[in-house]
Ligand binder design. Structure first.
Ligand code: SF4
Length: 287
């Protein structure tokens, strides 16, 4: 009989839970139609559930009318977007995670103090675009290779996407070290991300199969899957129980589960039950 264990730190973080609570409260209060600017979090199941409760995903602030509600999501936005949102006359609710706000402040301060701001993260990711908006001219570097190829001035100030894998930040900082005179680094990888990565790595190293639960469009869940894959070949990233395949667990005696910061706790429980059910139907290991 295989054991199924959930990582010590897994699933919805403080910022995501806060944004969900804010949105559910707004839906309950019924101040006009409730819009989120883009999908609230990178989790299609949660986004579908919110849509069923009446939340509408707006692509631009201008889609929202006066008196309606517009929620800015955890990733934060470019200051121009916030200005446009306020101009619409909508009731703007800022659900930006306070840890993302801290990145914005570091960007502003570094720019003011004359540093070339570098955001280490995924180009085009909404959080990275929002951060860059707080330091016009910021460079986005996603890898050590990017750092070796970028033109960097004398003084460089670094912040990180909050969900970045720590190894990537280390590599980029090392690559920048020899290329500028002064390097100031704020490790803004959020504690929730670090805890989830550390706990996932530890569990993945000690099980036969690792299942990572969360949206395929979620950067932090994808990073978790990469971290697990480094130490456990049989790592699978799935969004919902129906995507599990019994063959993944053949012969496994121990199965680990982790989940990205945008995965609600109830999804982890559902996944654990589904895996236990699948394993019950398999022949015992070694038979
Ligand atoms: S991962 Fe960290 S920074 Fe991102 S929303 Fe969660 S708590 Fe906030």
């Amino acid at each position: 009989m295989a054991t199924v264990q959930v990582a010590q730190h897994a699933g919805a973080c403080f910022g995501v839970q806060r944004a969900l609570d804010i949105t559910r409260q707004a839906l309950g209060e019924g101040q006009g139609t409730v819009h989120t600017l883009g999908p609230l979090i990178h989790n299609p199941i949660v986004v579908t559930d919110l849509a069923e409760r009446g939340a509408v995903v707006a692509q631009t602030p201008e889609e929202v009318g006066p008196g309606e509600t517009l929620i800015l999501r955890t990733h934060g936005v470019h200051p121009d977007v916030e200005r446009r949102a306020k101009k619409t006359g909508a009731h703007v609710v800022d659900a930006t995670c306070p840890f993302v706000k801290r990145v914005h402040r570091h960007c502003e301060n570094l720019l003011r103090d004359g540093y070339q701001v570098v955001v280490v993260g995924e180009a085009g990711h909404p959080e990275v675009e929002g951060a860059c908006g707080h330091a016009p001219g910021a460079l986005v570097l996603g890898s050590a290779q990017d750092a070796r190829e970028a033109e960097v001035p004398r003084r460089v100030g670094v912040v990180a996407q909050t969900t970045l894998a720590k190894d990537v930040l280390d590599e980029v900082v090392c690559a920048l070290l020899g290329r500028c005179e002064e390097l100031r680094v704020y490790n803004t990888i959020c504690q929730a991300t670090r805890e989830r990565q550390d706990a996932a790595r530890e569990l993945a190293a000690n099980v036969d199969v690792m299942v990572v639960v969360g949206g395929h469009n979620s950067a932090n869940t994808t990073h978790l899957a990469q971290v697990c894959k480094e130490v456990c070949d049989r790592t699978y990233h799935v969004e919902q129980p129906s995507q599990l395949e019994a063959s993944w667990f053949a012969g496994a005696q121990s199965i680990g589960i982790t989940a990205g910061a945008s995965t609600p706790a109830e999804h982890i429980v559902q996944m654990r039950d589904a895996i236990a059910c699948l394993c019950d139907g398999l022949a015992p290991a070694g038979s």
